[in-house]
Design a binder for this molecule. Structure first.
Ligand SMILES: [Zn+2]
Length: 187
């Protein structure tokens, strides 16, 4: 760390202490050229990444939008709010743990799907129908078969073939997922 006064590259740490909450380290430094002292702080970078949409545009990670996405899928479903909060917290943690500066909206969508699948099968299929742009009854039948299939072990159970090959089309709708728009499923 170079000296902010004389710009000398040689400075010396004379004291170093962890903050009370353990979230940062404060260092007193002394310049070996001009002898002036200054302080630096080291903190953990915990920053939510930017969300990159299909069209390449970026936006801030929006917790409220994430919640809205969940609530829409879970509309009138018997799922306790606490479990929804937990699911959202899990996703937030996972996103942070990536430590990436950007995350594709598609990846976020997959995380939501994963959580919904655990929470409520109806909500999962609702969400999937928008997310994967279901075109017909067959798509719903496939999704229903998917949730009814006994969960294999614990690993990320990727549906084989068919779904994966539709990648580009599948993500078309993704960008709208977290955007507020008139809910058509209010019945
Ligand atoms: Zn100096």
């Amino acid at each position: 760390m170079k000296c902010p006064f004389c710009k000398s590259p040689d400075t010396q740490v004379i004291d170093s202490r962890v903050s009370d909450d353990g979230d940062s380290i404060r260092r007193r430094r002394k310049c070996t050229s001009c002898s002036k002292r200054f302080t630096t702080y080291e903190t953990i970078e915990l920053r939510m990444p930017q969300v990159v949409k299909q069209d390449g545009s970026r936006s801030e990670f929006d917790l409220q939008k994430l919640r809205t996405g969940f609530m829409r899928a879970l509309h009138k479903r018997p799922v306790p709010t606490q479990l929804v909060d937990d699911a959202i917290a899990t996703i937030t943690q996972d996103v942070l743990a990536l430590a990436e500066r950007e995350i594709p909206s598609r990846r976020l969508g997959e995380m939501v799907m994963r959580e919904l699948k655990r929470l409520d099968q109806v909500a999962y299929i609702r969400f999937a129908s928008v997310y994967r742009s279901f075109q017909g009854v067959d798509d719903f039948q496939d999704a229903i078969k998917e949730v009814q299939r006994p969960a294999p072990a614990k690993a990320t159970s990727k549906a084989p073939t068919t779904k994966d090959t539709k990648d580009t089309k599948d993500t078309k709708e993704t960008d709208d997922l977290f955007a507020a728009k008139d809910a058509k499923d209010d019945r």
